[in-house]
Design a protein around this ligand. Structure first.
Ligand SMILES: [Zn+2]
Length: 249
């Protein structure tokens, strides 16, 4: 009996220590990334790479909450209109990664000063099935509560994902032009005239903004003590951080 007791005690002590270590390290970022590369899409086949200088947040602009369905419909040889780096599922918050992060996407077309496709990773948040677009970015909604819940879920996943990407690419989320929405990209002259994703939050009467989003990404990086403003030279520290996330994306 004595050895069983000793064993039990050891297990309790060890799990306690593990808990302490986790507290010290901070918890891993709460984001699930599911590799779902759109290998048949002509954009993937074009095979161009970019130096990642920023991240662009999009919202799909139609009532289609399932990330998996977006993956299915865009993973086609005859779908040459668009291609993004990821879709965030509105039911689960799971990120379907649809292009390697440094692949040149086709997510924002271009504006008067060029194209954000050459510099920015583009990620789409999927939207509630209860929306009905009437014209342009205007919609009516048959279930506001559920739609807000979905919008908040994708927003939270996007905060975590963008914190992860800021770390991976040594980006400062608060620096001018680094994290932008599609609508802001248009104002900066690097994207087509779209209103996403702010149109969604505004019409669902949610207190979400891009400024708030950027601050939350920065807060995440601070929480995990990640030096997002400078290159990580210390290899050991970098490996430690990667363990935090549990994935290299
Ligand atoms: Zn967009």
């Amino acid at each position: 009996m004595a050895w069983q007791m000793a064993f039990l005690l050891a297990v309790i002590l060890l799990s306690g220590c593990q808990g302490m270590r986790n507290v010290k390290r901070g918890k891993p970022l709460d984001v699930v990334i599911k590799p779902s590369i759109l290998e048949k899409n002509p954009c993937y086949k074009a095979g161009r790479k970019i130096e990642v200088k920023g991240l662009m947040l999009h919202s799909v602009g139609c009532p289609a909450p399932s990330g998996e369905r977006w993956v299915k419909s865009w993973n086609r040889e005859d779908y040459g209109r668009a291609c993004v780096h990821g879709f965030i599922d509105a039911h689960t918050g799971v990120v379907y990664q649809t292009l390697p992060w440094d692949h040149r996407g086709w997510h924002c077309a271009s504006g008067s000063k060029g194209s954000g496709n050459n510099t920015h990773i583009g990620v789409e948040m999927c939207e509630s099935q209860f929306l009905k677009y009437t014209h342009g970015a205007t919609f009516t909604c048959s279930n506001e509560e559920a739609s807000r819940e979905m919008a908040l879920r994708t927003y939270r996943s996007a905060v975590n994902l963008f914190a992860y990407l800021c770390h991976q690419y040594h980006l400062n989320p608060l620096e001018e032009g680094v994290i932008v929405s599609h609508a802001e990209g248009n104002k900066r002259g690097i994207a087509s005239a779209h209103a996403d994703p702010e149109h969604l939050w505004r019409q669902l009467k949610m207190p979400l903004t891009m400024d708030g989003f950027r601050k939350e990404v920065a807060a995440k990086l601070r929480l995990y003590n990640l030096p997002f403003w400078k290159r990580l030279d210390d290899g050991r520290k970098a490996r430690h951080v990667i363990r935090h996330y549990g994935t290299r994306g």
